[in-house]
Write a protein that binds this ligand. Structure first.
Ligand SMILES: Cc1ncc(COP(=O)(O)O)c(C=O)c1O
Length: 403
């Protein structure tokens, strides 16, 4: 018996993530994989979490840690986040903050909050695949978000109206984006804000990698620029998504949203209907670990991942054949490679796997599946020595294909 014919129309756009399917193939130990996009488990703050969980489960504390709690999130954690946001130039209170089960949940909630069928979401070309996955369930149309795009906002709005909806938000990850590793300049961030102002739409600032800068100067968050302009977070259209996944541990599923209070209030209702709250004990543990080791731990990650990033960039410069180009990230976890136009990342992957090296073909990150001649390389999961070996192998595969 199949129930498939009963599934709602929206499921037709929920397709398996190419990356997850691919990761299943990569368990063989002799493959050097640049395909993942995850933190190195060797650097999880295991001892700090062990201590925090033990304290949370002590006789005096367990009644709270194992109990239901508020949908908004654990107050000491929201207070820590408010203080953290202040260091980023975003003065706010705990009432501007909602704790979510990772920023992925926030992306789903924002899709639910804003998108009617055929509304337009402006996204990068390419963009984070998980955002497309989250938004797809709400059946939007996608249009390009590019600071260098000089289409008039009127034209963008007219195209959205023709498709049967409105422009509801611009989604972007301005620091060390997944998949490109690229960071937007302050001027580009201001351009995005101006355009959102003209279109009267929201801005979703996905800051998943913001703390992981290894070189260069920090650039103000889009929300920080807007708060400085408007003088009050409650007057802002930018919705900021933070996450402890890349800095502390993704398995605990703790992230946060910072926004104007009316947006938070509506998201709280969304969360109440969806899952009531984020796991109490996980929030308590993250609050304790963040308060005790966040800064020193992020410093360690910057050193470790920074070394790996430099190893990858140096190896690419030393070994890639002419005609191949790549992004020069200053942080995050990814380098984005562009092959000559007639090459196909997916076809290349088969050859690369035979040479025991893996990556993610880039076409998956485009809302229209275009730009098949691109690849995403992750550098957070391999030692510098493995990275050099893997890039040497990959360069040889590409050089052979180009010959
Ligand atoms: C850009 C971006 N946003 C959001 C997420 C989701 O992260 P989490 O739900 O673990 O916070 C990821 C994870 O890879 C990501 O790369």
């Amino acid at each position: 018996m199949s129930l498939n014919h009963l599934f709602a129309n929206r499921t037709s756009r929920m397709t398996a993530s190419e990356i997850r399917e691919l990761l299943k193939l990569l368990d063989q130990p002799d493959i050097i994989s640049f395909a993942g996009g995850i933190p190195d488990p060797a650097y999880f703050p295991r001892e700090a979490f062990s201590e925090a969980m033990t304290t949370a489960l002590s006789e005096q504390a367990a009644g709270v840690a194992l109990q239901y709690s508020t949908s908004e999130g654990y107050t000491p954690l929201r207070d820590w986040i408010a203080a953290h946001m202040a260091t980023l130039g975003v003065p706010c209170t705990r009432d501007n903050i909602l704790i979510t089960a990772g920023s992925q949940q926030a992306l789903d909630y924002l899709g639910k909050l804003f998108l009617d069928r055929n509304d337009t979401a402006l996204v990068g070309w390419p963009t984070y695949l998980g955002a497309l996955g989250a938004f797809n369930a709400y059946e939007p149309r996608y249009d390009r978000l590019d600071p260098a795009d000089n289409r008039a906002p009127d034209q963008i709005a007219a195209d959205a109206a023709k498709a049967g909806g409105d422009v509801k938000f611009a989604y972007l990850s301005p620091d060390f984006a997944n998949p490109t590793g690229i960071t937007l300049t302050e001027a580009e961030r201001r351009t995005i804000l101006d355009r959102a102002e003209a279109l009267e739409c929201a801005v979703i600032e996905d800051a998943a990698y913001q703390s992981l800068r290894y070189t260069g100067e920090a650039i103000p968050a889009i929300l920080a620029l807007e708060v400085a302009q408007k003088g009050d977070i409650d007057a802002c259209r930018t919705i900021y998504l933070g996450s402890f996944s890349k800095t502390l541990a993704p398995g605990l599923r703790v992230g946060w949203v910072v926004a104007a209070k009316p947006v938070i209030a509506q998201l709280v209702l969304t969360k109440q209907a969806a899952d009531l709250q984020t796991a109490t004990i996980n929030q308590i543990a993250v609050a304790q670990v963040a308060a005790s080791v966040f800064d020193s731990h992020v410093e360690t990650l910057r050193e470790v991942y920074g070394t790996r990033m430099r190893a990858m960039l140096d190896a690419l410069a030393a070994h890639m054949p002419e005609g191949v180009t790549w992004s020069k990230p200053e942080g995050g976890m990814f380098v984005w490679v562009t092959l000559p136009e007639d090459m196909d990342g997916k076809a290349l992957l088969e050859k690369a796997l035979a040479a025991k090296v893996a990556f993610v073909p880039g076409g998956a990150f485009y809302a229209d599946g275009s730009n098949a001649n691109t690849l995403r390389l992750n550098f957070s999961m391999s030692s510098a020595a493995k990275i050099v070996e893997g890039i040497t192998r990959l360069s040889a595969v590409i050089a052979k294909e180009m010959a």
